[in-house]
Design a protein around this ligand. Structure first.
Ligand SMILES: Nc1ncnc2c1ncn2[C@@H]1O[C@H](COP(=O)(O)OP(=O)(O)OP(=O)(O)O)[C@@H](O)[C@H]1O
Ligand SMILES: [Mg+2]
Length: 451
């Protein structure tokens, strides 16, 4: 594809000469004779490069440059300038121009400047593509994780996806069981068919059978029409039983039978219907314990536990935290249009230190909330939920990785910053709330370098 260049130059012979030369060098060239025309062209088309004079009638080069930076930030700008105007040219570089060339210049000089820019831009593109592929390596079908435990899980998903064996995914709430089920379906040959989810914890016992297997008209009071069940909807696809530990005991033998022979009968019906489904199960409670306590049938357990996938809680794979934080941050920054947001050092520290009993879901919600609440371009610790902000250095101090001295210091710093924040920086109020004199506070601020 040819590169598109826009030339903005008021002097006709120069404009024409450049246009002629660059077209014959293989570029697609557009020309404008003043700033206003240039402005219109910039808004209409995407150029790879804009070469503009600095002094122009109706909007000068610097004004144009600022406009280009905002509406078309990936377009390069080269400024043409007379020797007398070098100061402004330097200013234009500060404003984001790629380069400037001093008039008069030869065709060759012009070409060198253009090629330098294109080379630079291609390198930049290559770099961002590389970064993207690195990012992809850290994730697998929307599952983020670099920990050995997650890598094992990605491996297992890949091995079972092509088969029809049942998979049982176990893990605490919020560890990503549903994402894993989705990944298996997406990587299977059934991926163009339906993925039907059934939440066993949410269906009343008396409706369960008809939910799963459907019913014929008049099968029970209220069954006004014939209705298909989830198994029929999932035919040729995947059925996902979430919270399988909550399935009523009375239904377990029926489910077991369907899993064995792939035949279902609608409630009130007398014909068997063959279904072709792949079943995936998830449980947040330990099914073995359910078997032991008699709420889950052992035969069913063995039938579904052919390939177990066990998702460890987030606190046991803390090395996944940085990527998860990055991932959710960029997701919610996009979603809420807050591209400028950065995470403060203390907030980041707290996010890394916390133990997340609610696992990845808890982290995700905390980041979403912080992105929404944060002001002044910074996600500060005060925008995190109390339990997370409280985890910061204090957790480290208590866990004993730091000396007592450092621990006390850390806690003091956190406490003083909090008091200052709460008193909007008024030292006397902060000192009062800390129960120390203003002089002691002043000494500590100096010692800790708190501004
Ligand atoms: N490894 C991960 N990478 C990216 N997002 C994740 C990961 N694990 C979980 N999530 C996200 O966290 C949230 C909870 O995940 P999911 O619903 O799969 O958990 P679950 O184990 O099914 O929880 P529950 O038992 O409460 O149903 C979802 O929004 C999901 O997208
Ligand atoms: Mg779930």
């Amino acid at each position: 594809m040819k590169y598109k260049i826009l030339i903005i130059e008021d002097e006709p012979s120069m404009r024409l000469g450049m246009s002629h030369f660059l077209s014959s060098s293989g570029y697609t060239v557009t020309t404008c004779k003043d700033g206003a025309e240039g402005m219109l062209s910039i808004d209409k088309k995407n150029f790879d490069l804009i070469i503009t004079d600095l002094k122009l009638p109706r909007f000068d080069g610097l004004t144009l440059l600022k406009h280009i930076r905002t509406v078309s930030p990936n377009t390069g700008v080269i400024i043409m300038t007379a020797y007398a105007d070098i100061k402004n040219a330097v200013q234009s570089i500060k404003e984001g121009a790629f380069d400037y060339i001093a008039k008069p210049f030869s065709n060759e000089e012009l070409l060198i400047a253009i090629e330098r820019f294109l080379k630079f831009r291609n390198l930049e593109l290559e770099l961002s593509m590389l970064k993207e592929s690195v990012r992809e390596k850290k994730s697998f079908e929307n599952l983020i994780g670099i920990s050995p435990a997650m890598k094992d899980i990605f491996d297992r998903i890949t091995s079972v996806a092509g088969t029809d064996v049942p998979v049982l995914i176990q893990g605490e709430s919020g560890t990503g069981k549903e994402l894993v089920a989705n990944a298996i379906h997406k990587l299977s040959h059934r991926n163009d068919r339906s993925f039907i989810k059934i939440n066993c914890a949410a269906i009343p016992e008396n409706l369960f059978e008809s939910e799963l297997f459907g019913h014929e008209k008049g099968a029970f009071t209220g069954a006004k029409d014939t209705r298909k069940g989830k198994f029929e909807f999932a035919d040729s696809g995947t059925i996902f039983f979430d919270e399988i530990g909550d399935i009523p005991l009375s239904l377990q033998p029926k489910l077991l039978r369907v899993l064995e022979d792939n035949m279902i009968t609608r409630l009130g019906g007398n014909t068997s219907i063959r279904v072709d489904v792949r079943s995936i199960f998830a449980a947040s409670r330990n099914l073995k314990d359910c078997v032991a306590s008699g709420t889950f049938r052992e035969e069913l357990f063995y039938r579904i536990n052919i390939v177990p996938v066990s998702l460890p809680p987030l606190r046991e794979r803390k090395e996944d935290l940085p990527d998860l934080i990055d991932y959710f941050l960029s997701h919610f920054k996009d979603k809420y249009n807050r591209p400028e947001l950065k995470v403060s050092h203390t907030a980041y520290d707290a996010l890394l230190s916390y133990s997340y009993p609610g696992n990845v879901r808890e982290l995700k919600h905390a980041i979403e909330r912080a992105v929404i609440l944060s002001k002044e371009g910074v996600i500060d610790i005060k925008y995190l939920p109390d339990e997370i902000s409280g985890a910061s250095n204090i957790a480290k101090c208590i866990n004993g990785d730091l000396s007592l001295d450092t621990s006390v210091r850390n806690v003091e710093i956190q406490r003083i910053i909090k008091a200052l924040n709460e008193s909007s920086g008024r030292k006397i109020d902060a000192a009062n709330s800390l129960g120390i004199s203003r002089k002691v506070l002043w000494k500590k601020l100096k010692e800790y370098g708190i501004e």
